[in-house]
Design a protein around this ligand. Sequence first.
Ligand code: SAH
Length: 401
Amino acid sequence: MPQLFESDPMKTALDIQHKPASETRQPPAAAAERPSLAGMSLPALGAALEKAGLTQKQARMRAQQVRRWLHHAGVQDFAAMTNISKAMRSELGANYSAARPEISTHQLSRDGTQKWLIKFGPGIEAETVFIPAVAKSGALCVSSQVGCTLNCTFCHTGTQRLVRNLTAQEIVTQVLIARDALGEWPADMENRQLSNIVFMGMGEPLYNLDNVSEAIDTLADGEGLSIGRRRITVSTAGVAPKIPELGARTGALLAISLHAVRDDLRDEIVPINRKYDLQTLFEAIKAYPGLSNAKRVTFEYVMLKGVNDSLAEARDLVKLLSRIPAKVNLIPFNPWPGTIYDCSEPDRIEAFANILNRAGYASPIRRPRGQDIFAACGQLRSDSEKISAAAKRKAGLALQA
Ligand code: SAH
């Protein structure tokens, strides 16, 4: 894909055209009306098949086969499911589809980063970002909510109110869409680029833990998408009481958006700190199951010029991390329209990293990716808005009038 830019080097990013679903799928109108099975967890698939008339026992067995087609082979058509009888395939097709949700926009950055804005329903859109050449080979950054409740002052998503949680199926669907675009089916193909998942997109995953945990079960299924739990990282701004539960339920790696080493500053820039202060947060982190040098906590620290980037703060960070198997990702602040912050100077970021390195903490400086398409950390935001009760009432009245 990068060669696309050689003919047009002035263009920074590419909008990849997608035909609307109605032009690409058969039969068009009906497919959109039938609920899709793609992205469903195994228990949900079983329940859906039972609803279509199978006995419980049959449904369980067929669910195993269907999930292999959907999540291992990536097929979008029941006709391709050749180990299922023709009669049952047409029965499935009459009730369900295997379609993806509509993709509102798909952009490619000059650095290879790709971003999708996915439309899950009317007015419900969230972003997903594929970042090549990180982790084992590439990571997909998925959203867990549309909008966010946390209001971290440096985060663009924080300026968007929470619209709603994404379902487990909607979370998994983000991975299906990326795999489609990367051409990485079957899911266990060699040298796949999409090797890791990070829950670092829009939203706070620990405020949607039931769905996040069900999604991780589906992602980690060896007969399906085959992304090992150790290749899945969940990032939280610090919902302390849910942190040990996250580990127990998912076996995923933990990331903490720390960003400040003192309560007074963290109260201001990561306001959830007023509810769960640093001491409470660190007690919860220490209780994360299975922490070891092989399973370290990632601390994310956004570098804000003159706000949290003094060398004294780097030394305090070392103290705060003592006895925790940890690494620190230093994230140069990514600006967005209307922000009051600037990114720290490169020299300062390096000096900050050196203090952490000398204390034995790996502290890579995260290179901003996909800035030209607004896909870098903290830049995600969709135009989805929660409709207020008052607006709904008004709309209702208008309809009646
Ligand atoms: N709510 C979760 C998941 C979002 S992760 C959490 O806070 O961990 C997104 C990461 O990008 C977080 O570490 C967040 O603090 C960071 N971030 C937000 N805005 C940013 C910005 N403008 N520049 C760099 N990093 C940012």
